[in-house]
Design a binder for this molecule. Structure first.
Ligand code: SPV
Ligand code: MG
Length: 505
């Protein structure tokens, strides 16, 4: 349900409802947390909060900005103090348009002349507007957004024009389409309100349609709330009490800190900094970052088809720690989450790849790291792969010792560190540039498509180097050299590499 509908329901309900003043995002959050079902964006408080007078010194967009802050951080309807509704019907129309966009549920406009002055000021002007001009503003507002709640405020008790004039105008504003009437009074008792309600209720009893009544009991605060219920008030606005409470609190703390040149005696009486963070919902940020970073992480696939002593390569321990743990640490540091570990496929790397659901079905074009299960590497090696411009980046070693002959690549040198791979598994050493380490980054959708396409080819029993020979024809495959100090091959020709332990960092 829209916030305007909720505000309308509060007005129309048989229950006496209450809304609380707020003048900022923070005070709005505090009022909602206290349990209020609606908020009053008070003109007095919003202007005072800026240091301005309650005299239309703030323009509409400034008021809208405050309303927007209030609406952004709360879920309850906001009734905005629209002062006179602007100078004419066009200003009234624009006001509803802008307040709707700012997230307000309704507006209350008083039948005084623009610019208004606060009704409680002794020296304030209380000149009344022409009732028909005021009614036209109400019509223009309802025309602009029929659902947006418009409350017409009577200033006749304030100006001294009295009950008859107030009553007559109430009927005009009801006729113009107002959703409710706010009867304002600045005397210390509820007498003026009582006199109005006596007549309003009598009309209702006589079967006449009478819209809900709203009051602001700032001056007759000693009247019991049950009395407001008894006389049939629909909505009470506690109009400026958060502002006034904060003024006293701020005065006291400023004075103390100034006089004592110390924070000691105030610390326990003010909100903690963590309470400020809570009210700002700082925790949302941590949640958001977690979610966003998780989904922007690359996915890791570990291929560990072969076994040593009946244990898949990656689960063998080196210095009391499984190889997979070393891998996960390095991958995690580089923002890679391991999503698939392929074991138990007694075949080549390509056979293992075909058993990885991630590699077979992955739909996203986010990067994927494919790692052999028998390597230990530093996170630096992964990050180096990110620097490559191709569709696929392959880590290369300058090591050309015999057991790596099957992994040899040739191609064009792009820079000292990078080659465009044109051919792998070359039989002639003369044009070899390096050997494949077993660490690959598929950088984009094109690379991924090329990679996936070979799964349908008849490459059973083939090695990664054979696969690469097909893939290099379909996309740009780059090799990037990593230092032999940054990675360790734990198994060579099916045997544990004895140097591993010495090489481990
Ligand atoms: C306000 O809160 O700004 C009001 C109510 O208009 S009062 O100040 O009581 O007039
Ligand atoms: Mg006001």
């Amino acid at each position: 349900m829209s916030k305007s509908k909720r505000l309308k329901e509060m007005l129309d309900s048989d229950k006496l409802e209450f809304i609380m003043e707020a003048h900022s995002g923070l005070s709005a959050v505090i009022a909602e947390e206290a349990g209020f079902d609606g908020l009053w964006a008070s003109g007095l408080s919003v202007s005072a909060m800026t240091g301005c007078k309650d005299r239309n010194e703030l323009d509409l967009s400034e008021v809208c900005k405050v309303v927007e802050w209030m609406a952004d951080h709360t879920s309850v309807p906001i009734l905005v103090d629209g002062d006179t509704g602007g100078a004419d019907v066009n200003s009234a129309r624009i006001m509803v348009n802008k307040l709707t966009k700012a997230g307000a549920a309704g507006v209350c406009i008083e039948d005084k002349l623009y610019p208004k002055h606060n009704s409680f000021l002794d020296n304030g002007s209380s000149d009344l507007a022409d009732p028909h001009l005021h009614a036209s503003k109400i019509r223009a507002m309802k025309l602009e957004n029929p659902e947006f709640v418009v409350i017409a405020r009577l200033e006749e008790f304030i100006s001294g024009d009295g009950l008859a004039e107030a009553y007559n105008r109430a009927l005009i504003y009801q006729e113009a389409g107002a959703d409710a009437i706010l009867v304002h009074s600045k005397i210390k008792t509820c007498d003026e309100i009582d006199s109005f309600m006596g007549q309003w209720n009598a009309d209702k009893t006589a079967g006449l349609n009478r819209i809900p009544i709203v009051i602001v009991p700032t001056k007759y605060y000693t009247t019991s709330t049950d009395h407001f219920r008894d006389i049939g008030i629909s909505l009470v606005i506690w109009a400026n009490h958060n502002l006034r409470a904060s003024i006293n609190a701020m005065k006291e703390v400023s004075k103390k800190i100034h006089d004592e040149e110390s924070l000691i005696s105030v610390e326990d009486s003010i909100a903690t900094v963590s309470e400020v963070f809570r009210l700002q919902r700082d925790y949302e940020l941590a949640d958001l970052e977690k979610k966003v970073l998780e989904s922007s992480k690359s996915v890791g696939v570990i291929l560990s088809g072969k076994s040593y002593n009946d244990v898949p390569y990656c689960y063998n321990k080196i210095k009391d720690k499984e190889i997979i743990e070393y891998q996960k640490e390095a991958l995690d540091k580089s923002g890679v989450i391991v999503k698939s570990i392929v074991t138990g496929v007694n075949g080549t790397e390509l056979d293992s790849m075909r058993h990885s659901d991630v590699l077979k079905n992955y739909k996203s074009d986010g990067p994927i790291i494919v790692s052999y299960g028998d390597l230990i590497y530093k996170s630096y090696a992964i990050r180096k792969l990110e620097t490559c411009r191709g569709d696929i980046s392959v880590a290369l070693s300058k090591n050309l010792t015999p057991y790596r002959y099957n992994e040899i690549v040739s191609g064009e040198k792009v820079s000292e560190d990078e080659v465009k791979i044109l051919f792998t598994n070359t039989s002639t050493m003369s044009d070899s540039l390096g050997s494949i380490v077993g660490l690959i980054r598929i950088n984009n959708a094109k690379g991924f498509e090329a990679f996936q396409s070979v799964f349908s080819d008849n490459l059973k029993g083939k090695r990664l180097a054979d696969l690469m020979n097909v893939v290099v024809k379909k996309c740009d495959v780059r090799g990037v050299f990593i230092s032999d100090d940054d990675w360790i091959d734990c198994f060579c020709d099916g045997e544990l590499n004895k140097e591993v332990v010495n090489k481990l960092w």
